[in-house]
Unconditional design. Sequence first.
Length: 396
Amino acid sequence: MISYLEALELILKESIPFGNEFVPIGESFGRVNSENILADRDYPPFHRSAMDGFAISSNEFSNKKTYVYNRELHAGETITKLPNESTIRIMTGAPVPDGYDAVIKIEDTKLSEENGKKTVLFQNSEIRAWLNIAKQGEDAKKGDLLLPIGTSINISEISLLASLGIDSVPVFSLPKVKIISTGNEVVPIEILPLPHQIRDSNSFTITASLAKFKIIPHSITHVIDDESKMRNAVEQGLDSDILILSGGVSVGEKDLVPSILNQLGVSTIFHKTAIKPGKPIWFGKKGKTFVFGLPGNPMSVQTCFRILIDPFLRKSLGLQKEIFLKLPFSDSKNKKHNLTEFFPVRLFTKDKTYISPIPFNGSGDIKAGRFSDGLAIFPQNQNQLLPEEMIEFLPW
């Protein structure tokens, strides 16, 4: 049985991109860009006033002189400085005309008007060049790399893409994913279960986990523990890029998944990993189809997806490797097994932010994830966690 880190390494070694495509900017949220995005021009594209006030030449400034002004410049307009024109009134966002290199904000002025003659007296003791001006190109120069390949497109990236005029965004294509949940004891959620049955939550857990990457399953199937029916379902599932099964991967008489996968020519990369929960997890490949066989208990499914499938998808979609947070543990915890344990925790802040364990009744506990902020990692080669010890944390 291999370790968690060995399993993760084998999974990441197999990851491949699933192609590229263009999507409208309005549909790009949550996707990953597949090309470097460069600045199409300088930003700002002109010297831009950062304040409502008056444009002036810093070399000609005097707080003892009364300046006459006749013109106003608003954002979206442009004018040329006239000979002998010493100042103009300017609004935030307007391009500062050549010949001016400072803007004195309106709060530092005293305005007056007499017989149609507008004047301003500046109350600053001194000013400097480029005061209250965003200089052309200070944010970015034309050709600068603004969005490198592998960037997750979120709110800030949407704003940037729109500013760059990119309405069709190059992104990595999403894989075609099929989901199969197994088990005689499992019934669809709309069915009232008998006392010995449970509702199918795993397919919804997997679907919600895929949604983090904007992936919508191509199909979701439930199949009972019948070899012929399961073989048929798995065979149909193998026309996908990724097939995810839940249940039937352990060593019980009805755990048919590993043998059926092998019969259908799916190569086993590993089966069983030294983790808790989720030890029976299975991973293999047939051609360009990757297969994950997850244990059937709800917390095992949620945990295995987060710690193994999530990193696989991140790498396949061009995202950088996730960096785990390290936070102090609020409690003490012991373990007697030699497995890497992932246990649900919540965050709370006192003098600093702590990781705190929550009551957990094992991998079949349907409510453990609900009350947690994520998973803490209890390393394989360690049998005790102490208060204030820094441990790794994975948010859901």
